[in-house]
Design a protein around this ligand. Structure first.
Ligand SMILES: O=C(O)c1cccc(C(=O)CC[C@H]2O[C@@H](n3cnc4c(=O)[nH]cnc43)[C@H](O)[C@@H]2O)c1
Length: 215
């Protein structure tokens, strides 16, 4: 006789395997499925849509490491996204950036599910709650960091997948939230200075709360 194991109801989507391992290390695999789907918003949206199409999951998190805006989220901090924002979706003009909302086609902002966000905020009282930007290009200059900080006064972090995962979740009508831990400041590129070990440790610690908060 074949015994069917029920699928875990909570889906955590990461970009890379190292992030997935950090989450898995602290979660019960019978309750939380953790899947790395690739770097960037397109891979995140496609991978999440494929997983949600199974109909198995009742909530989805975009989780991983991120850059923190200086003065808003320091290296090692845990961040919860109140909103995930596609910061580079729009048009550059001589007068500055124009979002898709201003251009009149589409949207670039998706809010976290309020119940999931409330549960995670209660379970992670040290976490910084704010907007998390999604960009296809990692910011690598002080000038771009300053422009983003000015355009998005409530942004605390930038990463590359949240808005993609959120788009797939919205399409499948599954509640979504973004959880990030800070590996580096947003600013001049200094890849050698990224504190990966610290960010992965923080990601594992934060992940311990997932089932309690979202289960
Ligand atoms: O080099 C390694 O050993 C290594 C191990 C695990 C992960 C990585 C990554 O590069 C992860 C890429 C992932 O990180 C997010 N991220 C982190 N910092 C930033 C940032 O400043 N701006 C945008 N994204 C950032 C992003 O979501 C990537 O998918 C390397």
């Amino acid at each position: 006789m074949t015994t069917l194991t029920p699928a875990p109801p909570l889906l955590v989507v990461t970009a890379v395997a190292a992030e997935a391992e950090a989450v898995r290390a602290a979660t019960d695999r019978s309750r939380v499925a953790v899947e790395p789907v690739g770097v960037g918003p397109a891979a995140a949206a496609a991978g999440t849509a494929r997983l949600l199409a199974t109909g198995r999951y009742r909530a989805v998190l975009s989780a991983g490491i991120a850059g923190g805006f200086v003065g808003r989220a320091p290296v090692g901090a845990t961040v919860l996204g109140g909103r995930s924002i596609a910061a580079d979706l729009g048009a550059e003009t001589p007068d500055g950036f124009r979002s898709v909302e201003e251009l009149g086609f589409g949207h670039s902002v998706l809010a976290a599910d309020p119940v999931l966000l409330k549960g995670l905020t209660a379970a992670l009282p040290e976490a910084i709650v704010g907007d998390v930007l999604t960009l296809a290009t990692v910011t690598g200059t002080g000038a771009t960091a300053a422009v983003l900080a000015r355009r998005f006064p409530d942004a605390v972090a930038e990463a590359m997948e949240g808005f993609g995962v959120a788009t797939a979740a919205a399409d499948a009508r599954v509640p979504f939230v973004e959880l990030r831990t800070i590996s580096n400041p947003v600013g001049p590129r200094d890849r050698a200075a990224w504190r990966l070990k610290e960010a992965f440790a923080a990601l594992s610690t934060a992940s311990e709360a997932l089932w309690t908060a979202c289960g």
